[in-house]
Design a protein around this ligand. Structure first.
Ligand code: SAH
Length: 347
């Protein structure tokens, strides 16, 4: 059963809802090994043994939104808030550049302090000082004009997970001011403007079902993103979902493989959340078809404060300064970290 579905995926036959359910619910690990191995082969055909690295700079944890799953939601009064200065952000880039990073991902909450003008100035600065680097923004929902302004200032890529493509499910994860339609509008705008755009979702988020995941995959098929970020949902103690179940390693790995087979060329990270729920999460992610890792390049003293979920890994080899250890872990499974921007379609 799994074998036929995987062979079908490889031949571009797509995936029915029943087939998705069969892959996600299959209890035979040998069959699932076939799924993962074929997804990895698909990644090898496009990227070889190269793994792209991105330096993640979490530059503010102020946020005007109140997403029920997220530790830096505005309703969490226990969160200790911080924001980095432009100088601190540039210093992160300088250190990252020396370590071999050629992509900087600026991620944060939706923080009104960082006006369009301020963000543009920061992007422009980074692009002038590090001309051979790509800048990725991940700062939430903005107007098309603002996305255009960031792009004109030099931003190359934008990450905005759609979180779930089912509007009833979306409404269970977000307050009513937040709308799936707007999230989707943002993603289409980003693509049209010319960004390499990334969508994605949490695996095992509360109220997620095979049906909602099927809708996620359908949406990814319609949007055609350049990147897809998925990682397990992990509860945060000071959110309404404090006692919800976490997503699992196994479900995340299977979905990485399925997404790789559906979109062979897509940039697919083995995320921090995956590395948090299992010590070898990122290696297993690569072996299931991921081709990107995003070590943490934020100043160490603020890393604990950017706590989207409990026990987020940010030290050890999750930290950019320990890139050598990460490189060794990847070498041990036959992969190499490369010094390159790692753009979509230019491997
Ligand atoms: N404000 C930006 C960045 C959000 S943080 C934006 O809206 O895009 C990046 C991602 O972390 C989110 O898109 C979400 O999918 C993920 N995340 C948030 N809380 C999480 C949790 N409790 N467990 C796992 N992932 C989480």
């Amino acid at each position: 059963m799994v074998k036929e579905i995987v062979d079908g995926l490889e031949n571009g036959a797509g995936l029915s809802k029943d087939a998705l359910a069969a892959l996600l619910l299959c209890g035979d690990m040998e069959e699932i090994a076939y799924l993962k191995a074929h997804a990895r082969q698909a990644a090898d055909r496009v990227f070889g043994k190269d793994i792209y690295i991105r330096g993640l700079i979490e530059f503010t944890n102020y946020c005007k939104n109140d997403c029920y799953y997220c530790g830096i939601r505005c309703g969490n009064e226990k969160a200790q808030r911080y924001r980095l200065t432009r100088k601190q952000i540039l210093e992160c880039c300088r250190q990252g550049y020396a370590l071999g990073f050629r992509t900087f991902v600026l991620q944060g909450g939706e923080d009104a302090y960082f006006t369009e003008k301020r963000v543009c100035a920061i992007v422009y600065d980074i692009k002038s000082k590090f001309a051979d680097c790509a800048v990725t923004l991940s700062i939430g929902e903005k107007s098309r004009r603002t996305y255009q302004a960031y792009f004109d200032a030099g931003a190359d890529r934008y990450l905005l997970r759609h979180e779930t493509a089912n509007s009833a499910h979306y409404a269970k994860l977000h307050p009513s001011q937040m709308r799936l339609e707007n999230r989707k509008r943002c993603l289409y705008d980003l693509k049209e403007i010319g960004y390499q755009a990334g969508a994605g979702f949490m695996v095992g988020s509360p109220f997620q079902t095979v049906d909602t995941i099927y809708e996620d995959l359908r949406f990814l098929g319609e949007l055609g993103p350049h990147m897809v970020g998925i990682g397990p949902f992990i509860p945060h103690r000071d959110t309404p979902f404090a006692y919800a179940q976490a997503g699992t390693l196994e479900m995340t790995l299977r979905l990485l493989s399925i997404i790789r087979l559906l979109h062979p060329r897509v940039l697919l990270p083995a995320t921090t959340a995956l590395g948090t729920i299992h010590p070898a999460g990122r290696e297993l992610g690569v072996q299931a078809g991921a081709n990107v890792v995003m070590p943490n390049l934020s100043p160490p003293q603020v890393r604990k404060q950017y706590q989207l979920y409990d026990n987020k890994r940010c030290m050890g080899d999750e930290a950019a300064e320990h890139k050598q250890e990460l490189a060794k872990r990847m070498a041990d499974i036959g992969y190499r970290l490369v010094v390159s921007r790692g753009d979509y379609g230019k491997e």
